[in-house]
Design a binder for this molecule. Structure first.
Ligand code: ADP
Ligand code: MG
Length: 323
């Protein structure tokens, strides 16, 4: 029973970056304005996420660590209307099976916070304690209890690069939230929040990008597309700076990616990759987020229509700026 639970948890939690992703997404779902992420040793020994979101009361915090205890789904129809990032109710249960966890949280219903310590998914200790509104999650010593998984963790550098990648994507996709990222006691990223897309991109990708991007802004009754694409002469050697966010979620959709790349290739037939940061807002019933266990690959039910709209937008703006 316990071994099976550990194996299942280890499948959801692959590495420190998957913990960071799940915890930060929970903080976003909790309507936080400020999220602080702190890691040590590539997240292998220490991960702490602090938010100023809605927090949890005593019942909620106990319930949160039970498998499939999500607060977000009660009926099958809910699955089709997913606006929040998490919806399986497995993340906290899995993280608490694979790390030593501590949670500190306070909701606005209470003037005292709650602190719990967990090990192997069980609450070891619970106490009331003064704390600010919001939630802090600490996850230490990943896979301390699953040596075969621990052995396969990569170097501190490789694991922390993976975490940075996750954080940059989430931060780009959530310009309304201010993120602070502290790596081995050094602040490596601070984003402004306040929904300023351009200054958010600047704080994450730097000046070079800002100076070479063109703005896109489109909406009809089915979808809206906002964001930036690179000028026709600003490329990279790989797809590392192509970002598509659908309803705030970073996603992969290779058909759309190739459609956009084709617009650039028709202008300059070279084998390099344009940059784009696109925010698509679409009715959730037109997307299927449930096709991939890590929720990153999505399918649009009107894929061709979306490709055509975005192709038209990109073509137009590139041609305008070249003439
Ligand atoms: P899911 O996100 O799929 O619902 P999780 O295991 O990630 O499942 O979280 C379980 C529940 O714990 C969430 O549905 C939410 O109610 C609560 N929760 C988790 N993290 C936070 C947080 N940072 N602030 C407030 N509530 C949280
Ligand atoms: Mg979650």
């Amino acid at each position: 029973e316990s071994t099976i639970a550990k194996i299942a948890a280890g499948e959801i939690i692959e590495n420190p970056a998957s913990i960071v992703k799940e915890l930060v997404e929970n903080s976003i779902d909790a309507s936080s304005n400020n999220i602080v992420i702190e890691i040590k040793n590539g997240g292998k020994t220490y991960i702490r996420i602090t938010d100023d979101g809605i927090g949890m009361n005593e019942d909620e915090v106990e319930y949160a660590f039970l498998r499939h205890s999500t607060s977000k789904i009660s009926t099958a129809e809910d699955l089709l209307n997913i606006h929040s990032l998490g919806f399986r109710g497995e993340a906290l249960a899995s993280i608490s099976m694979t790390t030593k966890m501590e949670t500190l949280t306070r909701s606005k219903d209470s003037n005292k916070g709650i602190r719990i310590f967990l090990k192997e998914g069980e609450i070891l200790k619970k106490e009331t304690i003064g704390c600010p509104l919001g939630t802090t999650m600490i996850a230490k010593d990943l896979f301390y209890n699953i040596p075969v998984r621990k052995k396969f963790l990569k170097s501190d550098l490789a694991e922390s690069n993976h975490i940075s990648d996750v954080i940059y994507k989430i931060a780009l996709g959530n310009p309304n939230v201010s993120f602070k990222y502290i790596k081995d006691n050094k602040i490596v990223l601070k984003t402004p929040g306040k929904n300023n897309i351009k200054s958010n991109i600047y704080s994450i990708l730097g000046k070079d990008f800002i100076e070479n991007l063109l703005e896109i802004n489109y909406s009809d009754n089915k979808l809206s597309v906002k964001g930036y694409i690179s000028k026709n002469d600003f490329y990279r050697g790989n797809r590392g700076h192509q970002y598509i966010f659908v309803n705030g979620r970073w996603i992969k959709n290779i058909q759309l990616t190739k459609t956009i790349e084709r617009c650039y290739k028709s202008l300059i037939p070279i084998n390099r990759f344009p940059i784009f940061i696109l925010f698509i807002e679409i009715n959730p019933s037109l997307i299927d987020v449930n096709i991939h266990p890590t929720k990153q690959e999505i399918r649009f039910s009107n894929q061709n229509e979306i490709n055509n709209i975005i192709e038209g937008l990109v073509d137009k703006i590139l041609k305008e700026t070249m003439s």
